[in-house]
Every structure is written in structure tokens, then in C-alpha cells.
Ligand binder design. Structure first.
Ligand code: MN3
Length: 212
């Protein structure tokens, strides 16, 4: 079965004013759809069409990847694009329904970063440090600690050896994610992001990641 574009659980204008409706529509129906289409084209005939995408991405950077060598860049870029955006749509929420980190996640953030404000400052510094297009991540490590990381292009922590439940927060810092509203001002988009992160989902992903 080929990969498909997931439907959004909210309207394109639901993220206003933090993400504008036109950006959401183009981002979902054009950019994400293109990653899905290109991924399906790259996987066609490989026998990997029905393999869970996480499994394909987990080994895509390895010489032993089952993806044919000439298809690996396309699968890396478009498979990453499909996986990353599918997560991104889940961890953002309508502005009308603000959420907050669970007590357990907030306690961990405070323990690890000093305070929520310190976490936000470190996240912002990391996000501003991405040269060109990429993503910022909050990842639960095997020992339960939280780390902020960034990846270029459509790479993600799964490709770098982190299993699928462990990235709990992801924000897209490609200019297509914010340029219409925020122009070149990535810092403004970062500041706005605190108003659209769905902490209910992030907190649930944290709980799943640390569950024995
Ligand atoms: Mn994007």
C-alpha cells in the first residue's frame, strides 16, 4: 500500500493568527503532498512500499539499507518530509484551544533546562542556528533525558538512531512554513510557535517515550 497524505484534524485557518491559512493550505496540500508523491515514486518496485516508514528511515543512512542506492536520497528527503510533516500536524493545535505541558513533562523540563523560560531560550537559540532549511526537535534519550537537536533539510532523529516514539516535539523551520506571514523573521515565527504547540500531544508522546 502506498503512503498517503494525512487529513488535518483542524481547518487551514485554525492556526490563525500564528500560522496563516494560506501557508497551512500550501504547506499541507502542496508541499506535504509532493513529499508523499515523490516517496511513493521512489519506493515503487523496491518491495518496500508497505514497510513502515519508520523502519525504512531508521536505516536509510546505512550502507546496508534495503533501499536501492540510487533511490536513497529520494527516500531520505521525501520519506523524511512525509514523516516529519505528519508529526508536525499532530503537535500543533488551533490557537483557540491553548494547551500546557503535563506536570511530568514540565517537571522534567525544569529539571533539565532550569525553567520553562530557559528551555524556550535554548530552543530559540538552536532554532535560529539552523542554516538554511531544517527542523528543531525535542528528543527523549534512552536514559530518559531531554535534548534539543536540529536536523538539516528533511532529516530527522530516526535516521540518526533515535526510535520513533522518542522525538516528542518538532518544528518546521523551512521558510515555506512561515515566510508569507513572518517573511525573513524566523525569530518572530519561533516566538509565535509557543502559541500553536499542542502540549497535550507532546506530553502524551513524552509519557509513551518514558513508559517501561
Ligand atoms: Mn514543511
Amino acid at each position: 500500500m502506498s503512503h498517503t497524505l494525512p487529513a488535518l484534524p483542524y481547518a487551514y485557518n485554525a492556526l490563525e493568527p500564528h500560522i496563516d491559512a494560506l501557508t497551512m493550505e500550501i504547506h499541507h496540500s502542496k508541499h506535504h503532498q509532493a513529499y508523499v508523491n515523490n516517496l511513493n515514486a521512489a519506493l515503487a518496485g523496491t518491495g518496500l512500499e508497505s514497510t513502515p516508514l519508520e523502519d525504512v528511515l531508521a536505516t536509510i543512512l546505512s550502507p546496508t539499507s534495503p533501499v536501492p542506492a540510487e533511490k536513497r536520497n529520494a527516500v531520505r528527503n521525501n520519506g523524511g518530509g512525509h514523516w516529519n510533516h505528519s508529526l508536525f500536524w499532530e503537535i500543533i493545535a488551533p490557537a483557540a484551544a491553548p494547551t500546557a505541558p503535563s506536570p511530568a513533562l514540565l517537571a522534567k523540563i525544569n529539571e533539565q533546562f532550569g525553567s520553562f523560560a530557559d528551555f524556550q531560550a535554548q530552543w530559540k537559540a538552536a532554532s535560529l542556528g539552523i542554516f538554511g532549511s531544517g527542523w528543531a526537535w525535542l528528543v527523549v534519550q534512552n536514559d530518559g533525558s531531554l535534548t534539543i537537536s536540529t536536523t538539516p533539510n528533511q532529516d530527522n532523529p530516526i535516521m540518526y538512531g533515535v526510535t520513533k516514539q522518542k522525538p516528542i516535539l518538532a518544528v518546521d523551520y523551512w521558510e515555506h512554513a512561515y515566510y508569507i506571514k513572518h517573511k525573513n523573521l524566523r525569530a518572530d515565527y519561533i516566538d509565535a510557535s509557543w502559541n500553536f504547540i499542542n502540549w497535550d500531544v507532546v506530553s502524551q508522546r513524552y509519557a509513551n517515550a518514558i513508559a517501561p
